[in-house]
Design a protein around this ligand. Structure first.
Ligand SMILES: [Zn+2]
Length: 232
């Protein structure tokens, strides 16, 4: 006989005799990124009522527990804070929108939408996931933006565009590693540099991008300088 076997046996019998059980109730569902099995999954949000059990039968209510999020695939339970993390699909959409907004902000600041700027911007936006983005589309959007806000071409990043940048970048940046944040800024920098050195308005727009991405001013300065030295 193995040592301790008898004690374990008694503990197991006692656990069957007396225990707690949680009865879970579904209070919602959706899609989330499961940190347990690593992917976009369905989830159920559950709240539980804890009860003492005697011989497996619930007897005394022991109050509420949870809420928890249960993964439909791996069945693991997580705190509801896992829902703060975007799904992979949502994350790539946020990233795509961010690059698109940055491209528009830089083009709007450029003043003259040169062919090379538009080509660089369209290629950047396509690479970010808008497969059918064309130079003409971007140009039309920049003109519409200028007409809409009454802004004059070549003026520093207007308040409207600054708000757009913050709306696109603020929810994204907490989920990006520093290199990911810098990459978005550098894509904007390359669009600005496509038709020559940064204009003051382009620099201004890129600093707004940097601040929305929570990159400090000193780092933005260094990154913009490095981009200007590197041939694209
Ligand atoms: Zn899972």
């Amino acid at each position: 006989m193995l040592p301790g076997r008898g004690q374990d046996g008694r503990a197991a019998r006692l656990a069957r005799f007396l225990g707690t059980r949680v009865a879970w109730t579904e209070v919602g569902d959706g899609e989330f990124f499961c940190p347990g099995c690593g992917g976009d999954r369905n989830y159920q949000r559950l709240t539980g009522r804890r009860r003492f059990t005697l011989l497996g039968v619930p007897v005394v209510p022991r109050g509420d527990t949870g809420p928890v999020v249960e993964c439909a695939a791996c069945r693991r339970h997580f705190g509801t804070d896992v829902l703060d993390h975007p799904t992979t699909i949502r994350f790539s959409a946020m990233l795509r929108d961010a690059v698109h907004t940055v491209a528009l902000a830089v083009l709007a600041a450029s003043g003259t939408s040169s062919r090379t700027s538009l080509e660089t911007a369209a290629a950047t936006v396509r690479a970010a996931g808008f497969d059918d983005c064309t130079e003409e589309q971007l140009n039309a959007l920049v003109e519409a933006l200028a007409a809409d806000t009454g802004r004059v071409y070549g003026r520093p990043c207007g308040a409207g565009l600054a708000i757009e940048l913050h709306e696109a970048l603020d929810p994204l940046s907490p989920h990006l590693a520093p290199a990911g944040r810098e990459s978005i800024l550098l894509q904007g920098a390359r669009i600005a540099l496509a038709d020559g050195p940064y204009t003051p308005a382009e620099r201004d727009a890129l600093f707004t991008v940097g601040s929305a991405l929570t990159i400090c001013t000193d780092d933005v300065t260094l990154l913009l300088a490095a981009a200007a030295r590197t041939p694209s």
